[in-house]
Design a protein around this ligand. Structure first.
Ligand SMILES: Cc1cc2nc3c(=O)[nH]c(=O)nc-3n(C[C@H](O)[C@H](O)[C@H](O)COP(=O)(O)OP(=O)(O)OC[C@H]3O[C@@H](n4cnc5c(N)ncnc54)[C@H](O)[C@@H]3O)c2cc1C
Ligand code: FES
Length: 254
């Protein structure tokens, strides 16, 4: 079923800010004057695309305020390459905010891998008590390319770079310890690439922690119409774009 009250709006590009020497960039668009929950996403389709690519692309809301909607993206293919080529004044059709974001949490452990940091920038900015948040960030690119400084120092944050198999294994161990230590103390939220989420999911289930994972399944319509984004859950296959992208860890079969 298509979500009710769905907003589709043409937004003007304010700025595209590539991070030199890296495959990532920030896109600033006119704001959507709507409330949102961190973890929700938007579907973007620049007007210049005409019929190629045909489908819009999904991106987490990294920040949304009265001045701009911010997307933090990595160039991986045709659509993201074309996003990088946008210029101020270009128009982008935007559907959103879409999906189910992270639930309210008085205190939480935030686990992010790579571009999975994007929704947590919004969450840390919106949280009334950032000092009650703990964030662990695993990344492959140098830390300077990520919006790390946008996360308040009140958040207990730690970044760890992995450039080898050995470092990945050490980080996996750190994730395991963090999850077991935090289980029972508050909610645990995670966002990142599939292999990262698989590891986090395993320890969340083992420790019976109150965990929530944000999935980045490929999406075409973003509104529940195409069935292109299904995730396997205990209730069967469900659409990630409308039932997620944030799911309770115990409901998911990864
Ligand atoms: C809810 C949600 C939130 C997202 N938030 C962000 C974000 O904040 N920042 C960001 O950079 N990206 C985010 N993504 C991923 C982003 O949508 C894809 O990287 C983008 O659609 C790729 O488009 P493209 O045309 O450049 O790549 P394509 O040309 O379509 O594909 C290029 C390569 O990327 C792979 N790919 C494409 N989409 C995905 C995906 N969803 N997951 C894994 N691999 C993929 C393809 O398999 C292919 O190998 C999010 C995805 C979802 C579902
Ligand atoms: S992307 Fe079309 S149903 Fe989810």
């Amino acid at each position: 079923m298509i979500q009710e009250g769905l907003l589709c709006k043409e937004l003007e590009v304010l700025e595209v800010r590539p991070i030199p020497g890296s495959p990532v960039a920030h896109l600033f668009l006119e704001p959507l004057n709507l409330p949102f929950t961190p973890g929700q996403f938007v579907m973007l389709r620049p007007k210049l695309w005409e019929y190629d690519p045909l489908w819009p692309r999904p991106f987490s809301i990294c920040d949304l305020n009265s001045e701009y909607l911010q997307i933090f993206f990595q160039v991986v293919g045709k659509g993201t390459n074309l996003l990088l080529a946008l210029r101020p004044g270009d128009k982008v059709t935007c559907w959103g905010p879409l999906g189910q974001g992270f639930p309210v949490a008085d205190r939480a452990l935030l686990l992010c891998g790579g571009m999975g940091i994007a929704p947590f920038i919004a969450l840390c900015k919106q949280h009334p008590h950032p000092e009650r948040l703990k964030l662990l960030f695993g990344h492959r690119l140098p830390l300077e390319v990520y919006p790390w400084q946008d996360i308040s120092d009140k958040v207990e944050k730690r970044a760890s770079r992995q450039e080898s198999e050995e470092e990945l294994l050490l980080f996996e161990e750190e994730l395991r310890e963090s999850i077991w230590q935090y289980a029972g103390k508050g909610k645990i939220f995670a966002c990142g690439p599939h292999p990262f989420l698989k590891v986090v999911h395993k320890y969340l289930v083992e420790s019976k922690a109150q965990g929530y994972l944000s999935l980045e399944n490929r999406m075409a319509c973003g509104v529940g119409a195409c069935l292109g984004c299904v995730a396997r859950t205990r209730q069967g296959l469900v659409q990630t774009c409308t039932k997620g992208p944030v799911f309770k860890a115990e409901e998911l079969e990864l």
